[in-house]
Design a protein around this ligand. Sequence first.
Ligand code: NCD
Length: 308
Amino acid sequence: MLKNKYILEPMDLTVEEMDEIFELAEDIMENPAKYAHVADGKIMATLFYEPSTRTRLSFTAAMLRLGGQVMGFSDPSASSVKKGESISDTIKTVSCYADIIVMRHPKEGAPRVAASATDLPVINAGDGGHQHPTQTLTDLETIRKYKGGVEGLTIGLCGDLMFGRTVHSLIKALSRYKNVRIKLISPKELVIPEYVRKNVMEASGMDYEEFNRLEDVLPDLDVLYMTRVQKERFFNEDDYIRLKDFYILNAEKMKLAKPDMIIMHPLPRVNEIAKEVDDDPRACYFKQMRMGMFVRMALVMKLLGLEA
Ligand code: NCD
């Protein structure tokens, strides 16, 4: 079992617990039949107050592949949320019917409110521009699998570092590993928020540098983590339009990268990775996306105390 019942941010898991999840995810990947009934009779509720493709479907697939069942909503306007019900009342309701709750919400901190209203395990599947811990598990496992581990790597995080919750979560998790060099690449309007810089990067003594041009640092990277500009978090459409195509990774730019660099992206992509890059053997984002299902299977098993 895990120390915490609520996975609201990466620090809710210890490094050892994460390693156990990664090892379990790898075993599930290799021996899926062994795990096909471990969650028989269990129900997951997926409460998505914000759009999602991969996160919701990978949680759904994860639970179904463990033998469990899934209920929930992906459009809150079709639930009592529309009538003005509070998060805590919705959670109390769902707690009567389900065994585990997965929640995505546009407001930072909403999953913490949910967790305080129930004794069931709660997983934050993304809260506003804040945290996205299961994407981080997916990202770390992808780096482990394709780069053999995290320590000693130079990792570039590029794009919308201001609003991108996957970046905030990943930085938090990386702050616990030794000898990781972080290169932050963003337009000046979308730099990493001050609280992440002070409370996470500086507090942990992280080795980091900031860049405006991707080309200036691309040759040094072992991992390039691209992100989309988070349109839905902008206050002003003109700013979004001005910044949305600031970085476009294409085959020409990839000539500058190391032959064994991996390209990651939490997806969805908009324009920041040209389609031609998909055929580059260094493109890892579709493998990363598949990995998401296996790490979520492992996390659900650990939270529910299930064993094969
Ligand atoms: C990310 C998210 O929702 O934060 N997507 C995902 O979960 N894979 C990234 C994004 O939306 O840009």
